[in-house]
Design a binder for this molecule. Structure first.
Ligand SMILES: Nc1ncnc2c1ncn2[C@@H]1O[C@H](COP(=O)(O)OP(=O)(O)OP(=O)(O)O)[C@@H](O)[C@H]1O
Ligand SMILES: [Mg+2]
Length: 218
């Protein structure tokens, strides 16, 4: 068996003394697609923030590639990325948004990589590269935000309700781009969504959360 990319052991998260998440054990296997389902307030977003190493649990341990890991590791933040429901775009062009992370990392071939990422999310570069952030619909903004993450080829792509409030076409593009991330470079995906049809079709495993606990896995 491969070493899981991320494992949780006896993890609890509390906000103001209230336990909102209690997960005894969870493994994210390399290249797997995991769905997170559950009613509002069941802890999906909280679990995603923990998996993204954006916040530390109140108790318990998280490992990354088999080693105990903390939120302070830049190395981890290079390899795990969370697409939130209302992502923040830089107040610049579409190209600049997607190129930003590549420039920070000093990568080469930026134009080709940005254009490929835009194609993956269904935004033709000749039409969209030069658009400014305020010239985008909500669905287009969400796809630019996804392209800005895909272009960095993260090992783990976490998505928090990425298709909520999108029209059918944008939602389809997001779904296809997520699958392409696994196919092209073996990313693991964790997708929180109320869209059970999508989760059933795309996921190797669906984890149901209720009141912060895993109530079922299938
Ligand atoms: N920063 C915070 N401070 C205090 N309470 C929080 C915080 N974040 C989440 N909670 C609480 O933790 C519980 C789980 O919230 P979470 O956002 O993880 O649920 P969710 O499953 O993502 O819900 P939804 O489907 O509405 O997005 C909720 O009761 C929420 O009020
Ligand atoms: Mg949520």
């Amino acid at each position: 068996m491969n070493t899981p990319i991320i494992s949780l052991y006896n993890v609890r998260q509390r906000y103001s003394e209230r336990t909102v998440l209690a997960v005894d054990r969870l493994d994210i296997e390399p290249g797997s697609i995991i769905g997170l389902a559950g009613p509002n307030g069941s802890g999906k977003s909280t679990l995603l923030r923990l998996l993204a190493f954006l916040e530390a649990p109140a108790s318990g341990t998280l490992t990354f590639m088999g080693n105990p890991a903390s939120c302070k590791s830049n190395q981890i933040h290079r390899q795990i990325t969370l697409l939130v429901q209302e992502p923040y775009l830089l107040k610049r062009s579409v190209h600049a948004n997607v190129a930003y992370g590549l420039k920070v990392r000093g990568e080469s071939d930026i134009m080709a990589k940005v254009n490929h990422a835009l194609e993956l999310v269904g935004l033709p570069p000749d039409k969209f590269s030069c658009r400014q952030w305020f010239e985008l619909s909500g669905g287009e903004s969400q796809r630019v935000a996804l392209a800005a993450r895909l272009v960095l080829r993260p090992k783990v792509l976490l998505m928090d309700e990425p298709t909520a409030s999108l029209d059918g076409q944008s939602a389809t593009m997001i779904r296809q781009a997520a699958l392409a991330a696994r196919k092209e470079y073996g990313a693991s995906l964790v997708i929180a969504s109320h869209d059970m049809a999508w989760l059933n079709a795309a996921c190797d495993q669906i984890i149901h959360l209720e009141n912060g606990k895993i109530s079922g896995t299938h």
